[in-house]
Design a protein around this ligand. Structure first.
Ligand SMILES: NC(=O)c1ccc[n+]([C@@H]2O[C@H](COP(=O)([O-])OP(=O)(O)OC[C@H]3O[C@@H](n4cnc5c(N)ncnc54)[C@H](OP(=O)(O)O)[C@@H]3O)[C@@H](O)[C@H]2O)c1
Length: 358
């Protein structure tokens, strides 16, 4: 393998809420249990523009963001087993300059890194981690961390003994089925055996969502009263689990109104349901889709990424999002983030090629 360069290009946020700029930065090196990846594809997520626009999450600047990474293993940290140089892999980074995805080389934790099977491209693989982690941790995290509001539906995961198909005959709904999180939720609900699986989306995405396992697709623009009636008709008045993958104030409220006491609502964002509308029989939890920490999340993620995901991709039980490749490497990312912010992306994941940066 050619020698590693000392420097690389990265899309940097020089200061809180500053504009993105492409700069040369050092190539990070892997620590014990870590891998250095050459990033061939990185997918864009809403949190990337929210960090830039609102100054959320990141506290140290200059910063690098981007999480959905697919690439090749270029260096093995001490004690790493099960990976070789040149392996095609994907993983979810986080927002430190070592682990972020909007750069040409990034460090990954080996235990939450999955190998890419031959039937999946780098671009497709990069569409998976953030959506899948947020779906999986919101549904299957057994021991949520002691962090107020973060939780899970506490279901038995389909990778556990007896988990696949366990919830046959139980009803499930997802609001925002065409979002990245929503697509992953539909596929996991299907692996868990739920039926019916009702999704809301723009109707041009209906056929696609059925290929992922949705049994019914309802127009996301239906007024909430009508939506409630349709969902009640399909689920015969008993909805066990609902995942609001959009989690805007109006979708949260509509989702809350639609499920049954004794059931559970999983949100992808902060709970803004007015307290006066709440009923003590209805549980609401907020998913947190970071597989690398805290340790409770990492235990689940290590099983999913380390043991299960590659074979699910090979058999087609989990399908990647559809891809739109952005031009101009890292330079093309800011315009893609603007499209995400303005709700101008539907049913596809925007992906950049960091190695193509001029
Ligand atoms: N908690 C966490 O750790 C975590 C992690 C990841 C993401 N999130 C959050 O989860 C949300 C989804 O993220 P994402 O990456 O999955 O988003 P995304 O893929 O960018 O979502 C875009 C899709 O959202 C759908 N949509 C928008 N408004 C909708 C509505 N009112 N009803 C139904 N569908 C609607 C659109 O579907 P159509 O094309 O069908 O109209 C569009 O395709 C974001 O708020 C994000 O910040 C949270």
């Amino acid at each position: 393998m050619p020698a590693l360069p000392d420097t690389q290009k990265a899309l940097v946020l020089p200061a809180k809420q500053a504009d993105f700029v492409v700069r040369a930065v050092p190539v990070p090196r892997p620590g014990p249990g870590q891998l250095l990846l050459k990033v061939h594809a990185v997918a864009l997520n809403p949190i990337d523009w929210k960090i830039q626009k609102f100054g959320w999450v990141v506290t140290e600047y200059p910063a690098i963001v981007g999480s959905d990474v697919a690439g090749t293993v270029e260096e093995l940290g001490e004690g790493v087993e099960g990976f070789q140089l040149g392996d095609r892999v994907f993983q979810q980074g986080h927002f430190t300059v070592r682990h972020a995805g909007f750069q040409q080389y990034a460090v990954a934790n080996a235990d939450t890194t999955a190998k890419i099977p031959d039937n999946v491209t780098f671009e497709e693989a990069s569409t998976i981690p953030v959506g899948l982690s947020t779906a999986a941790l919101g549904l299957y995290l057994e021991h949520p961390p002691p962090n107020p509001g973060i939780g899970s539906a506490g279901l038995t995961a389909p990778w556990e003994d007896g988990g696949r198909g366990k919830y046959a005959g139980r009803s499930f709904a997802v609001f925002g089925g065409a979002s990245s999180v929503g697509q992953a939720v539909i596929q996991l609900a299907s692996l868990s055996g739920f039926s019916p699986i009702v999704a809301t989306a723009s109707l041009h995405n209906a056929e696609f969502l059925r290929t992922l396992g949705a049994t019914h697709v309802l127009d996301r623009k239906l007024p909430s009263e009508q939506l409630k009636k349709e969902v009640e008709k399909i689920t015969k008045g008993s909805l066990d689990v609902i995942y609001d993958a959009v989690s805007l104030p109006d979708t949260q409220l509509a989702a809350y109104e639609v499920f049954s006491p004794g059931g559970i609502l999983v949100l992808a964002s902060y709970d803004v349901i007015p307290e006066e509308r709440k009923d003590s029989g209805k549980r609401v939890v907020r998913a947190w889709g970071q597989p690398n920490y805290p340790s409770e999340n990492r235990v689940v993620a290590a099983k999913l990424y380390g043991e299960q995901l590659t074979s699910w991709l090979k058999e087609g039980a989990i399908k990647p999002n559809r891809v739109e490749v952005l031009p101009n490497g890292l330079e093309g990312i800011p315009e893609g983030l603007e499209r995400l912010r303005d709700d101008r992306v539907s049913g596809v994941k925007l992906v950049a090629h960091p190695q193509e940066t001029a």
